[in-house]
Design a binder for this molecule. Structure first.
Ligand SMILES: *Cc1c(COP(=O)(O)O)cnc(C)c1O
Length: 434
C-alpha cells in the first residue's frame, strides 16, 4: 500500500507544505481541505484525447458526478471536454460551467417530464433509460422539434464486476433496457423503426471494479445492436455512447490500465466502433480525476483504546463515505505528515485512522501501519479527486471543506485557486432550515 512513486509523492508533499505555509491547512481554523491538481487534470485529458483514433468523431464528456464543482467543470470544458449530467442539478452545473448544450449528455434513470422537456428544448443530448421514457419523449416532441441527439440506453447484461453497487450491466440492473430480456430486442428495433429521431445507442457497463474486458464486451454488444438496427429496420444509428467506467488503481501512483490500453482493447474487440460509420461519445469520470486529488486533515487527538492506537482526524465519512461504509471495496492510501507537511518519520505502528463523526465505524483505515500520529500532524487521503470531497455526506452537520485547485508554475512555484470555499456554520444552518 505504500509503494509510492517518488515524483507524484514529491509533488504532493510540495503542495501540502505550501498549503500549510499559506494557511490553507491550520489548527483550529482550517482542519480539513481538499486539493485538485489542475496540471494533472490537463495531462489526464490530453491522455484521453490522444488515446482514441483521430479519424473518428469522438466527443469525450466528463461524468459530472465524479467531481461536480463548477470551476472543475469549467476547467474541463476549457480543455476540450463535454459533460455528462445525470440529474437536473448536474445539468445546471454543466450549463453554469459554460458547456454548449450539444456538448452535454443528459443521462438519468428518473428524468421527470419537465426535465425531459427542458433538455430537449435546450438541445442537450438525451439517453432514454426505458421504453416508458421514449413514450414521454414522443409527447414532448409532439409539441415541437428538438435539435437534441436522442439515444436509448441498453443494458447489455454482461454481468457485474468486483463491486456489486457499481455494476450497471447485470441481468437485473435498474439501468437501461435489458437487451436480452424476452421481447426487448424486438421492441427496441420497433422503437427505432417508429421514431426517426431515435439515432443513438448508449451503454455504461459499470464503474470501479469492472475490468476493461467487461466494459469492452458491453460496448461490443451495443455496437452489434446498432448494426442490427441498420440491417433490419432501414434506419441508421448515427452514434454510440460507450459510457465511462475505466477503473482506477487505488493501491499506488500508477494510473492503471490507462485510456490508451482501453482504446486498444476496444479496437481489438469492437473494430466497428472505430470504423467510421458511428460517431462516438465517452463519459469517463473517475479515471480522469481520481488520481488528481487528495484530501488533507489535521490530527486533533491521538489515544489508545483497548491497546490500539487511534488517531482522531477531521476527515471521515463526510468526505469519504464510500471508504468508511465499504472499507474493503474502497480502501484509500493514507500518508502521515508532520505539522509543516513534511513526511513523518518513524517505525510503522498499526493504528486506526478515525474521522470526526459520531459513530464507531467512522474510520478511514483500520490497523494501518503508519508512523505514530500525534495531535497537530496531518494525514493525507490519496486519490480523492473523484467521488470524495466533491460529494459530501452531511452526517453530523459537519461543514464541507474548501477545495483548492493547484497549479505548479515553471519555476516550481505553487499557486492555489479556490474551487469551492469551506462552508461556514451559517451555511450549515442554511441547509438545515435554520
Ligand atoms: C457514473 C457514470 C459514468 C462515469 O463513471 P466513471 O466510473 O466515473 O468513469 C458514466 N456514465 C454514466 C451513465 C454513469 O452513471
Amino acid at each position: 500500500m505504500t509503494n509510492v512513486n517518488t515524483s507524484a509523492a514529491g509533488r504532493r508533499e510540495r503542495v501540502l507544505r505550501a498549503a500549510v505555509r499559506q494557511g490553507l491547512l491550520a489548527p483550529d481554523r482550517a482542519v480539513l481541505a481538499a486539493f485538485v491538481d489542475l496540471d494533472g487534470v490537463a495531462a489526464s485529458v490530453r491522455a484521453l484525447h490522444a488515446a482514441f483514433p483521430g479519424a473518428v468523431s469522438v466527443l469525450h464528456t466528463f461524468a459530472a458526478k465524479a467531481n461536480c464543482l463548477v470551476p472543475v467543470l469549467r476547467e474541463l470544458r476549457a480543455l476540450g471536454m463535454g459533460c455528462e449530467a445525470a440529474s437536473a442539478g448536474e445539468l445546471a452545473q454543466a450549463l453554469a460551467a459554460g458547456f454548449a448544450p450539444d456538448r452535454i449528455v443528459f443521462d438519468s434513470p428518473a428524468k421527470t417530464r419537465p426535465e425531459l422537456a427542458r433538455a430537449l428544448e435546450l438541445g442537450v443530448a438525451v439517453n432514454a433509460d426505458s421504453f416508458e421514457e421514449l413514450d414521454r419523449i414522443d409527447a414532448v416532441l409532439a409539441r415541437g422539434p428538438s435539435s437534441s441527439r436522442i439515444g436509448v440506453r441498453l443494458n447489455p447484461q454482461v454481468g457485474g464486476g468486483r463491486i456489486a453497487a457499481m455494476s450497471t450491466a447485470t441481468a437485473t440492473s435498474k439501468f437501461g433496457v435489458a437487451l436480452d430480456d424476452d421481447g426487448n430486442r424486438r421492441r427496441l428495433l420497433d422503437a427505432f423503426r417508429a421514431r426517426p429521431w431515435l439515432t443513438w445507442v448508449h451503454t455504461h457497463v459499470g464503474s470501479q471494479g469492472c475490468p476493461p474486458e467487461l466494459l469492452a464486451e458491453g460496448v461490443a454488444r451495443a455496437v452489434a445492436f446498432a448494426d442490427e438496427v441498420g440491417r433490419t429496420t432501414g434506419r441508421r444509428v448515427s452514434g454510440i455512447d460507450i459510457g465511462g467506467g475505466l477503473p482506477v488503481d487505488f493501491r499506488g501512483d500508477d494510473t492503471g490500465p490507462g485510456f490508451d490500453a482501453y482504446a486498444r482493447r476496444l479496437q481489438e474487440r469492437v473494430p466497428r466502433l472505430f470504423g467510421g460509420e458511428y460517431r462516438v461519445v465517452t463519459e469517463f469520470g473517475r479515471s480522469l480525476l481520481a488520481k488528481n486529488g487528495f484530501t488533507a486533515a489535521l490530527v486533533e487527538y491521538a489515544k489508545t483504546s483497548g491497546g490500539r492506537s487511534v488517531a482522531i482526524t477531521h476527515a471521515g465519512a463526510q468526505v469519504a463515505a464510500r471508504t468508511v461504509f465499504m472499507p474493503s471495496d474502497w480502501p484509500l492510501r493514507i500518508t502521515a505528515h508532520n505539522p509543516d507537511g513534511s513526511p513523518k518519520a518513524g517505525e510503522p505502528v498499526r493504528q486506526d485512522i478515525a474521522g470526526p463523526c459520531c459513530f464507531a465505524g467512522d474510520l478511514l483505515a483500520r490497523d494501518r501501519p503508519l508512523p505514530l500520529l500525534a495531535p497537530g500532524d496531518i494525514v493525507c487521503l490519496l486519490d480523492t479527486g473523484a467521488y470524495y470531497s466533491s460529494t459530501p455526506f452531511h452526517y453530523n452537520s459537519l461543514p464541507d471543506p474548501a477545495v483548492h485547485g493547484v497549479r505548479v508554475g515553471p519555476a516550481g512555484d505553487i499557486a492555489f485557486e479556490p474551487l469551492r470555499r469551506a462552508e461556514t456554520l451559517e451555511d450549515v444552518l442554511a441547509r438545515t432550515g435554520g
